[in-house]
Design a protein around this ligand. Structure first.
Ligand code: PLP
Length: 223
C-alpha cells in the first residue's frame, strides 16, 4: 500500500491525543503509557514514516515476519524497540530472544524453560509479560487464570524478568471488566506492567491502568 507519508503521522498524532485525553480523565501521566505501534502485515514503507515522526516502539506478532522486516529497519534507524505480542513456539525462543526487546506472550511452563535457556545462551535478559486468558476462552492463547499463580512462581524460580501481565479480552463484548480484572491480578501479584488495549478499546484500557497499549489499525489503517 502506497499511502501518502503524512497520513500515518496524522494518525499517530490522533492516537497520541486520544491517549492524552484518556490519561487526563484518569489523572495519569501520558508518559506512563507506552504506545506499541503494531506493524504486523505492514511493509517497511508503512513503518518508516512513523519512525520519521519520532515513534520508536513497535510490535510484531510473528517471529519470522519480524526477522524479515526489522534487522534492516534497526540498521537504518537508531533507538528502535521491538516487542513480540503474538504466540511463541518454544522452538522459536532463541530467535525471539535475539530479535525482540520484550515478549508479551509467556503462557506456559514449557515456553518458560525454552526462554530461560535462550536468554542464558544469548547472554541477554528480555523482559516478559505473562499472557493471561482473561475471558477463559477455550480457543484463546494465554495462561488459564487458575494456572497463573504457579506459572509466576516458576518464572521467579527460573530468575526470568517478568514485568507484568498481558491480555486480549473476548471479542464483541465490553472489555472494561476484563481490563479491571487484569489490573487486579497484576496488583495481587505485585506486577507493575499491564499490556492491554487495542485500536478499539485502548482509551478504556488506559483509564483502567494499562502501561502498554498495542495499537495497529488505528495507526496503520485496516489490515
Ligand atoms: C494485532 C494485535 C493487536 C493490534 O490490533 P488492532 O486492533 O489492529 O489495534 C494488539 N494485540 C495483539 C496481540 C494483536 O495480535
Amino acid at each position: 500500500m502506497n499511502e501518502p507519508a503524512s497520513l500515518p503521522i496524522s494518525l499517530l498524532a490522533a492516537v497520541n491525543a486520544r491517549i492524552a485525553n484518556a490519561c487526563a480523565i484518569a489523572r495519569r501521566a501520558p508518559s506512563d503509557v507506552a504506545l506499541i505501534a503494531v506493524s504486523k502485515t505492514k511493509p517497511a514503507e508503512a513503518i518508516v514514516p512513523l519512525i520519521g515522526a519520532g515513534h520508536r516502539l513497535f510490535g510484531e506478532n510473528r517471529v519470522q515476519e519480524a526477522q524479515d522486516k526489522w534487522p534492516a529497519l534497526r540498521e537504518a534507524h537508531a533507538g528502535l524497540e521491538l516487542h513480540l505480542i503474538g504466540q511463541l513456539q518454544s522452538n522459536k525462543a532463541e530467535d525471539a530472544v535475539r530479535l525482540f526487546d520484550c515478549i508479551h506472550s509467556l503462557d506456559r511452563p514449557s515456553l518458560l524453560t525454552a526462554l530461560a535457556r535462550a536468554m542464558d545462551k544469548a547472554g541477554r535478559q528480555v523482559p516478559l509479560f505473562v499472557q493471561v486468558n482473561i475471558g477463559d476462552e477455550p480457543q484463546k492463547g494465554g495462561c488459564a487464570l487458575s494456572d497463573l499463580p504457579s506459572l509466576l512462581v516458576e518464572t521467579h524460580q527460573a530468575g526470568l524478568p517478568v514485568i507484568g501481565l498481558m491480555c486480549v479480552p473476548p471479542a464483541g463484548i465490553e472489555a472494561a471488566p476484563f481490563f479491571a480484572l487484569m489490573a487486579k491480578l497484576a496488583d495481587d501479584h505485585g506486577l507493575a506492567g499491564r499490556s492491554m488495549g487495542m485500536s478499539d478499546d485502548f482509551e478504556t484500557a488506559v483509564m483502567l491502568g494499562a502501561t502498554h497499549i498495542r495499537v495497529g489499525s488505528a495507526l496503520f489503517g485496516a489490515r
